[in-house]
Structure formats: structure tokens, C-alpha cells
Design a protein around this ligand. Structure first.
Ligand code: F6R
Length: 609
């Protein structure tokens, strides 16, 4: 995720900003920049690549500015490049803006601003902010920021430097973190606490809708109506390493907790304002091409493949197109039947996985069109595919994938609805219901994260076990596979996922007294069958922890422990049911003392076949 650093005070701003940005490097980024006011001119310096590139550019220059803003960008709208890097200025160079988040309605705003004569230099959503400031400014920066906020939709942490009011820095927050650092005769802004620790431990954590006005002398916080807000000072007690993880013990746990906001970002700008349909401007297939698709292959590796399995279920169910989900390392060697009516969907967090890339190249060589679902803008998979749907989950640092998976699922739902709508396979009312439920998923994930105490009890009892089984039917089976993979890779406990009805064809022999079985039973239509399977393993004295949707009471009669997820449309259950399984794997790994963020033998990006 992008990093922000701002400074106003009596010291030279550039070294302070550069040092702050360096402290945010762990968050991942692809370009960086700073803006300062010197001798009555707003100067912006920015560079693609690592901070060292920007440092090289600044090397040998002398700066006297005592206020400024800086940014490390992780690309979402527009590839990593010098021009797309932040800060972004307006036409006259009077405002510089750095921004984290996504401005959902940037396209109509951009069109409107262009019609008003504004000239855009970058492909970013952020640049509309500097031009809106220019358009609305009438001598009061704070009032102008309030007006701009009123016009924009989406998530933002934005920080603004203005030539007209050089003694002030204004910042605003909605759904994207921003922290004020309180100094003596100087003040700071950052997207994350590690950037502030060298200077102060006294902070204001801005809340959604709040605006901070920084001068050398002090910081005023107001709400979106301009009313003053009394902020309690938050004294940071964390050490630097813990602060990088936002106070969590591991990046994996932090990323699990980032899922509510990541899911919102994936949906951002992709639903009609009236909630009646899906907008995927990035898929520019003609209606004819869409109609002609007679088969879809989804190919990927590991967790991304598990997202593909959910994609298969939902696309077949909602859009009625036959789909095969394939492990990428198998796909290219099995002579798949592909022609120009075949669509390939590749799923890859990193966009660099060698097997996935090779599978896509092979399918395209045989005439298929490819949609890439990826998290990394301008990655190789993104560059080579015909169409790209970015997941906008923000960088994932832990090796074990969590927020990348749930956002990949969200992308699968968007694609399924997109095909269903355009091919007319879904009643309009049902489409609207699924969309309405998709929008609620982020809040429901939060509910799960706040209520997961049952997991601790289970972990305390079973962390010594050698083996665990995950069972489920249909969509639940796909999530069971992801749950088992998570448990294996970070806790090193042997785990297997089975289609619940398949157990009795062999694997049941391994189910003996005390073996933990995690049974997913979120699908009402398959519930009775799942109850029979739970009874089967209970009859062999296994201990069953069941995962069911709220309201399904009968499960308590058959399972030893029950975890509930909030109720939702059945096709959407995987986004919710995987969260307790991620937490289960995490807690088990901690209890067993393994290295959660860097599990043995594994790498984040697998660029060899
Ligand atoms: C497991 C995990 C891996 C990746 C797989 C594909 O937690 O992260 O299974 O999902 O290596 O990586 P990407 O998605 O980058 O292609």
C-alpha cells in the first residue's frame, strides 16, 4: 500500500520526508516523489523504482523548504511510471496532492474537468484531486478541500500542499489510514506510525471524515462540516518492528484484518450506482465476442487456484458457461481443447508466477483470449493478457496469501455477474440481490474478525495433533482446500481437504478417535447431506468443528464445536467462511512456534517452473 509522509516546522523538510518514506518501504511500492515550496515555486520531484532512484535525482541539489509532502506509490490506476508517481499537481502548479486509496468516480470527474479546460498528465485517479482544488479554490484551502471531498466517492488519505497557503498542510481521511504526529514547533503526517517514530510518539489517529490542518504551531482537526473535533492524543508504545505491522504480531494477521477494506477496494467503482449491474470497463469484449464464448478455463497455482475453483462454481451457476479450473503447471502439458471461442481466466496475486504465465502463453498461442485477475499493476501477467481485472488488495507481504484470496473471490463474483448480465442468464432481481449482498461482505468479515474466540479453544486442544481433515460439499469443498493449504503451509500440520461425500471411498480409514475434522456446512441446499457426513466421522470418534451460517441451528446437535459466519447469499459464503480458517491456521502456527510470515521452503513469488 502507498506511503505518505508530510512535514511542517523549522527544519529542512526534504531529508525528514525521505527518511519517513524509507521507514514505510516495507509496505511495498513502485515509485516515489516529494513536493516542496521554495522561493515561491511549488516543486515536484518523482521517479519510478526504488527510493534510491528519487534520492539520485535529488542528489547534489540543495533545499531550504521547511514544509513538504512525500509519497511511495503502489500502482492501482495506471502503471508504475514517473508521471503516474505522486505528488500530482494542477495545471498552474499551485497545488500538490498525495493520495492513498481509490477515487471511484474519477472518470466522470476527469471528463468534466477536461471539458473545463484542465490538462491531465497522468493516468491516475488521484490527479482529479489537484485539478478539483484548482477549479474550486477561492482563497480558503480548508473550505476548498471540504468542497472537493463533497464531490468525490471512494477511499482516500490525501495530503495537500498549496502555493497560496504555504504555511499550512491539509489532510483528509476516508477509509484509508492517516496519522498526525505532534511535535514541538513542528508537526508531521504519515500513513503509518513507523514513519513518525524518529520524531514523536504523540499522535492523532484520524478517523473517517476528519480533516487535519497542520501549521508549525499546531494541528486543528475538523469534521466534514467544518466543526472542530477534540482528538485524544494516542501515545505510541510499540517498538519500530511492531509498528510496521500496525501493532499486530505478524504481517499475516495484519493482512487478515485488512480484508474488509481490501474487499471494498476491489468492488470500488465496479457496481452501477443504482446497484443493478456490474461495470467492468477493463473488459472491452464486444457483445458478439461475449456471446460466442463457449468454454472458460481458469488456471492458477496454490491459493489463486482455489479462488479459480470458486470462480468455476459461480460462473457455471450464474452465467451458465462451462468452466474448467486447472492447476497451471498441469494445464499446459495436457493438450487442452482451445479455440477462438475459448476464454482463459488466469489468477495470480503477483502476476509473475512462472507456471501461470506459461499456461497463459500456451492458451493464447492456441487462440484463446485471456483475462488476468491480478493484484500487481503492470506485472508480466497483466501486460501479456488481453484484459486485466486488478484486485486492488494492496501489497501482500506475508508468504501465506489471505487478502489476495478473498479479493480474487470478489473478482470472480464480478466476472460471473458480468457474464450473467450480458448473456441474460440471471433474473434481474436475483442479480440485484447478489450485488446487495456483495456490498455487505466487508462489514460481515469485520464481524467474524471480532468474534473468533471459538478458534482459541480449538487450537488449545488440538495444536499437538499430527493431522487434520477439512470436509465440505460444493463451494464449501473449495474453501476446505484453501483452509487445509493455509494450515499446512504455516503450521506444518498435515491437513487434507476432502469432498465430504468422497470420504467413505477410502479416506475414512484415517478417521480415528481424536482426529480433528473441520466440517464446512454453509450451503443450506446441501446441509442434510453434510449432517450425514459429519455423523459418519463422529461415529469413528473424530472431533468435529463445524462452520455454518448463522441460523443453522441443527449443526450444534451433531458437531463438537460450532463457528458461525453471518448469513449471506450462498454463492458468496466462501469469502466469509475462509476467514475463520485463515485465523485457525494463524493461531495454530503461533501455538506450534513456526515462522508465520516466512514459512520454511516457501517463497512469495514463484518465478521458476
Ligand atoms: C499460498 C500462496 C500460494 C500462491 C501461489 C500463486 O498461501 O500464497 O499458493 O497462491 O504461489 O501465487 P500467485 O497468486 O502470485 O500467482
Amino acid at each position: 500500500m502507498c506511503g505518505i509522509m508530510g512535514y511542517i516546522g523549522p527544519r529542512e523538510a526534504v531529508p525528514i520526508i525521505m527518511e519517513g518514506l524509507q521507514k514505510l518501504e516495507y509496505r511495498g511500492y513502485d515509485s516515489s516523489g516529494v513536493a516542496i515550496i521554495e522561493d515561491g515555486v511549488l516543486n515536484v520531484y518523482k521517479k519510478v523504482g526504488k527510493l534510491a532512484e528519487l534520492k539520485n535525482q535529488l542528489n547534489g541539489m540543495t533545499f531550504t523548504a521547511m514544509s513538504g509532502i512525500g509519497h511511495t506509490r503502489w500502482a492501482t490506476h495506471g502503471r508504475p511510471s514517473d508521471v503516474n508517481a505522486h505528488p500530482h499537481a494542477d495545471c498552474q502548479g499551485r497545488f500538490a496532492v498525495v493520495h492513498n486509496g481509490i477515487i471511484e468516480n474519477y472518470l466522470p470527474l476527469r471528463e468534466w474537468l477536461i471539458s473545463m479546460g484542465h490538462k491531465f498528465l497522468s493516468e491516475t485517479d488521484t490527479e482529479v484531486l489537484s485539478h478539483l482544488l484548482e477549479e474550486f479554490y477561492e482563497g480558503d484551502l480548508v473550505q476548498t478541500v471540504l468542497r472537493v471531498i463533497d464531490k468525490i466517492e471512494g477511499s482516500f488519505a490525501m495530503v495537500i500542499l498549496s502555493l497560496d497557503e504555504p504555511g499550512t498542510i491539509v489532510a483528509a481521511r476516508q477509509d484509508s489510514p492517516l496519522v498526525v504526529g505532534l511535535g514541538e514547533g513542528e508537526n508531521f503526517l504519515a500513513s503509518d506510525i513507523p514513519a513518525l517514530l524518529a520524531h514523536t510518539r504523540r499522535t492523532y489517529i484520524l478517523a473517517d471524515g476528519e480533516i487535519a490542518v497542520l501549521t508549525r504551531e499546531g494541528v486543528q482537526v475538523i469534521d466534514q462540516f467544518g466543526n472542530s473535533v477534540e482528538k485524544p492524543v494516542f501515545e505510541v508504545k510499540w517498538e519500530a518492528a511492531q509498528a510496521e505491522k500496525g501493532g499486530f504480531d505478524h504481517f499475516m494477521l495484519k493482512e487478515i484484518h485488512e480484508q474488509p477494506s481490501a474487499l471494498k477496494d476491489t468492488l470500488s467503482g465496479r457496481i452501477n450506482p443504482d446497484g443493478t449491474g456490474v461495470l467492468l470497463n477493463e473488459i472491452t469484449m464486444t457483445p458478439e465476442e461475449l456471446k460466442n464464448i463457449n468454454k472458460i478455463y481458469i488456471t492458477a497455482c496454490g491459493t489463486a487456484y482455489h479462488a479459480g475453483l470458486v470462480g468455476k462454481h459461480v460462473i457455471e451457476k450464474l452465467a451458465r458457461i462451462p468452466v474448467e479450473a486447472d492447476i497451471a503447471s498441469e494445464f499446459r502439458y495436457r493438450d487442452p481443447m482451445i479455440d477462438d471461442k475459448t476464454l482463459l481466466i488466469v489468477v495470480s496475486q503477483s502476476g509473475e508466477t512462472a507456471d501461470t504465465l506459461a499456461a497463459m502463453r500456451e492458451a493464447r498461442r492456441r487462440g484463446a483470449k485471456a483475462i488476468a485477475v491480478t493484484n500487481v499493476v503492470d506485472s508480466t501477467v497483466a501486460r501479456e493478457a488481453d484484459y486485466v481485472l486488478y484486485t486492488w488488495a494492496g501489497p501482500e507481504i506475508a508468504v501465506a496469501s489471505t487478502k489476495a484470496y478473498t479479493t480474487q473471490l470478489m473478482a470472480m463474483y464480478l466476472l460471473a455477474l458480468y457474464f450473467a448480465e450480458r448473456r441474460g442468464t440471471m433474473p434481474r432481481e436475483e442479480l440485484k440481490t447478489v450485488i446487495r449482498e456483495m456490498k455487505k461482505l466487508s462489514d460481515k468479515v469485520k464481524v467474524i474478525l471480532d468474534n473468533c474466540q471459538a478458534i482459541d479453544k480449538f487450537v488449545a486442544e488440538y495444536s499437538h495433533c499430527g493431522s487434520a481433515f477439512f470436509i465440505g460439499r460444493g463451494l464449501d469443498h473449495t474453501v476446505a482446500q484453501e483452509g487445509a493449504l493455509k494450515l499446512k503451509e504455516i503450521s506444518y500440520m498435515h491437513a487434507e481437504a476432502y469432498a465430504a461425500g468422497e470420504l467413505k471411498h477410502g479416506t475414512l480409514a484415517l478417521i480415528i478417535q481424536g482426529v480433528p475434522v473441520i466440517a464446512l456446512a454453509t450451503q443450506q441446499a446441501l446441509f442434510e447431506k453434510m449432517v450425514s457426513n459429519i455423523k459418519e466421522v463422529k461415529a469413528r470418534d473424530a472431533t468435529v468443528i463445524a462452520l455454518a451460517m448463522e441460523g443453522i441451528k441443527e449443526v450444534e446437535k451433531v458437531a463438537d464445536h460450532v463457528m458461525h459466519i453471518p448469513s449471506t447469499h450462498p454463492v458468496l459464503a466462501p469469502i466469509l467462511s475462509v476467514v475463520p480458517l485463515q485465523l485457525l491456521a494463524y493461531r495454530m502456527a503461533v501455538a506450534r512456534g513456526s515462522d508465520v510470515d516466512q514459512p520454511r521452503n516457501l517463497a512469495k513469488s514463484v518465478t521458476v517452473e
